[in-house]
Design a protein. Structure first.
Lengths: 341, 389
């Protein structure tokens, strides 16, 4: 195909992979903080939805100021992201209260919050935008483009790689990831937090306040989950429709796949995002040449009609993750005391 | 008896607080309309025979997915995969009816088998490889939904998409399966005159099928050795292994049965002939509502019947909230109820202070602090359920 340029497609795949890996990484890291403090956070999906909702509402509210030039577009994004994080944190207090203060079942509490969040999001969207208006549109200034930085746009490898899908949240994720690794492994706080997830009684016996540590774990996961929700909505690109398409649950899988460790989680989220993007691009790739055609053209050979592989390839990341989970299960080791009050 | 009473009471308290919260929210959003609409919502389900038929119609699959989740809870497993099992079951029932032109009961069996297969994998992976069943179920939800979409669009017979309306009538619709009314009326669940009685096309015998299955599940869990073994695994896996119970086998079997129940749910919903399977982009919510049903019923199979009826009732009521309020108000109410029922233990402790329990029973109660991650109700024993029913 003459219209397709291999370089640009590859740049596009890399940049899409990164932009989809960002929410997975953030949310899975959040889950890690919560679970390593001993609280199973199944509510990540709900936390993401609340974060995305509040981030989008904030962007909507800032929109006039940004478009009139009173507020820098990326400063606006920073405010929206932080607001998303804080709201996610506030929502996660509900989980912390139920599971830490009241020692309620963590899975039930989390499930309730997962149900609450999308419903609340729809109701709030109606209240803000009027009856039946279920999509909050994302303003175009949210993306970092060549124009944001002041150069001319070009159609080449580097420009596609850097500017096709670039958001402030990507940079924030790099910083947050580094901060999270340091916090978890290089500080007293991190050591104490981890000890609460392994053996809370032992931790308590040396004077660690297990109650506070677990609150901290859940709140950090709320903050990261909230920003992750907004990052997902930006990556998905079609506005906020009171859903994050199961990414919160995927992040849980990524966290388990990443064995509750930051670097492995980073690898797992990039891996999953890559397969997700390849799934979405399979038809395009097929047109690139004989090699890709053989690799991605076989559904047609087993009788799947042309044009129907859009229903086939999206299964890929789930199947691959499933296989890998089975293969690596021997090494998997959850925090010992997770889920126990 | 008293213990059962306390469980029911604590659920009722959760429901009342949830409804109150919903009312409060309605008042905040639109104070003028809040009270009349709330009243309408509460009474919609019994306002007319067709509405009541709809409550029963939706309750039947809800009972099944609720039973699915509840059954797995009893073995200490969280079957979040009811949605996928439900979808796969629905597809196989429809495929059996449309492609192979089978009668309705064969289609229902097909849905049971398909759901069981979809539940088998999470169970197998859990018991052989110790992969968390929550993760496997979530993955299989998506795989199942996409596989069903793929098959719906690709099954050919005589060069036509046999599952789609185009193969049967001249219709441009391509995003849903063919209606049973013309593809194979024999595959529709018999109405036995109930549709005339309720003056509604939604009514058929599926609610009775669901209730019978619920009773069977109660018998299996409470009156058989197998059920006892399953529950023992749920209470304490290590102790049950020590007692000579094959825990691995039980985990797989429990998930297979849970899957079969959810699959049957999919079958009875779509074989009613009033709804066609539409190509989905998101997971079907029936499976997730099953989680609420099971939690509200504290995993008791008989309780599932009532909690499914309740949830179906307020969902039908929710439709009357529109267009002034979003019908998702109902989901908020349900979520609040579930959130409160997470504190069931706390509510029960408070309640039992007011309702005097048998003294020996109080001493037999385990300390409330050791709540394991098992969503199953730990404090509830077999005999209390027996009395409750």
């Amino acid at each position: 195909m003459s219209t397709l340029n291999v370089g640009i497609v590859i740049a596009d795949i890399i940049s899409s992979t990164i932009v989809f890996a960002v929410p997975l990484l953030l949310v899975a890291m959040g889950g890690m903080f919560s679970e390593r403090s001993g609280i199973i956070n199944i509510a990540l999906e709900g936390i993401m939805i609340i974060g995305a909702l509040m981030g989008c509402l904030m962007m909507r509210w800032l929109d006039p100021a940004v478009t009139s030039g009173q507020l820098g577009s990326q400063l606006g994004m920073l405010i929206a992201s932080l607001f998303a994080g804080v709201c996610g944190m506030a929502f996660s207090v509900l989980l912390a209260f139920a599971s830490i203060n009241l020692k309620a079942d963590q899975t039930i509490g989390g499930t309730a919050l997962n149900m609450l969040a999308p419903a609340l999001a729809i109701v709030l969207t109606w209240v803000v935008q009027g009856q039946g208006q279920t999509t909050i549109l994302i303003p175009t200034w949210s993306r970092i483009t060549q124009a944001t930085l002041g150069f001319a746009a070009k159609e080449n490898f580097l420009h596609t790689l850097l500017f096709k899908n670039m958001y402030l949240t990507t940079f924030m994720t790099v910083i947050l990831f580094a901060a999270a690794v340091i916090l978890m492994y290089k500080t007293k706080f991190g050591l104490r937090l981890r000890s609460c997830g392994e053996h809370p009684q032992a931790a308590a016996s040396v004077g660690i306040n297990v109650f506070k540590m677990r609150y901290a774990g859940v709140l950090i996961s709320g903050f990261l989950g909230g920003i992750g929700g907004l990052a997902f909505t930006l990556a998905a690109g079609s506005g906020f429709q009171s859903s994050v398409a199961g990414y919160g649950f995927l992040a849980l899988a990524v966290m388990i796949f990443g064995n509750w460790k930051p670097w492995s989680i980073l690898g797992a989220s990039l891996f999953f995002a890559l397969f997700k993007v390849i799934g979405a691009y399979a038809t395009t790739l097929q047109n690139l040449g004989p090699f890709f055609n053989v690799l991605f053209g076989w559904p047609a050979k087993i009788g799947i009609k042309e044009g129907q592989s859009t229903y086939f390839w999206p299964m890929l990341p789930y199947i691959v993750t499933m296989i890998l989970l089975v293969l690596t299960s021997k090494k998997s080791r959850a925090p010992k005391a997770e889920g126990r009050a | 008896m008293k213990k059962g009473l306390i469980s029911v009471l604590s659920s009722v308290i959760s429901i009342l607080v949830g409804l109150l919260f919903g009312l409060l929210l309605l008042i905040i959003v639109n104070p003028a309309q809040a009270f009349p609409k709330f009243g309408e919502m509460l009474t919609a389900g019994v306002s007319s025979a067709p509405k009541f038929a709809k409550v029963l119609y939706q309750a039947a699959p809800l009972i099944m997915t609720g039973l699915s989740v509840a059954f797995a809870f009893k073995t200490g497993l969280f079957n979040i995969g009811a949605s996928g099992q439900y979808t796969v079951g629905a597809f196989c029932a429809l495929a059996c009816g449309i492609i192979f032109q089978m009668p309705w009961w064969v289609c229902l069996l097909a849905s049971v088998v398909a759901g069981a297969v979809w539940g088998f994998f999470p169970g197998l992976f859990k018991s052989l490889f110790n992969v968390n069943e929550v993760i496997t179920s979530i993955m299989f939800n998506w795989i199942g939904m996409m596989a069903v979409n793929l098959l719906c669009m690709n099954l050919l017979k005589g060069g036509l998409n046999i599952m789609l309306p185009t193969a049967w009538v001249s219709s441009p619709i391509k995003d849903r399966t063919a209606a049973l009314s013309y593809a194979n009326p024999n595959a529709m669940i018999p109405k036995m005159g109930l549709d005339k009685l309720f003056n509604s096309n939604f009514m058929n015998i599926s609610i009775f099928i669901a209730i019978i299955v619920a009773v069977i599940m109660w018998v299996i869990l409470n009156r058989t050795t197998f059920g006892y073994e399953l529950k023992a695994c749920g209470f304490n896996k290590n102790a049950s292994i020590y007692a000579g119970i094959n825990a691995k086998r039980n985990i797989v079997l429990s998930m297979v049965i849970a899957g079969a129940l959810a699959g049957l749910g999919g079958g009875i919903y779509y074989l009613a002939g009033t709804a066609e399977y539409t190509i989905q982009k998101v997971l079907l919510s029936m499976g997730f509502n099953g989680i609420s049903v099971a939690l509200l019923a504290t995993s008791n199979p008989i309780g599932t019947i009532f909690s499914a009826l309740f949830i179906s009732y307020i969902q039908v009521g929710g439709e009357s909230l529109q267009p002034v309020f979003a019908k998702e108000m109902i989901d908020i109410i349900i979520a609040v109820i579930i959130y409160l029922s997470a504190f069931a233990l706390l509510t029960k402790t408070i309640l039992s202070k007011y309702i005097r329990l048998d003294k020996s029973n109080v001493n037999a109660e385990p300390a409330p602090v050791v709540a394991a991650p098992k969503p199953a109700e730990p404090a509830k024993s077999a005999e209390s359920e027996g009395e409750q029913a």
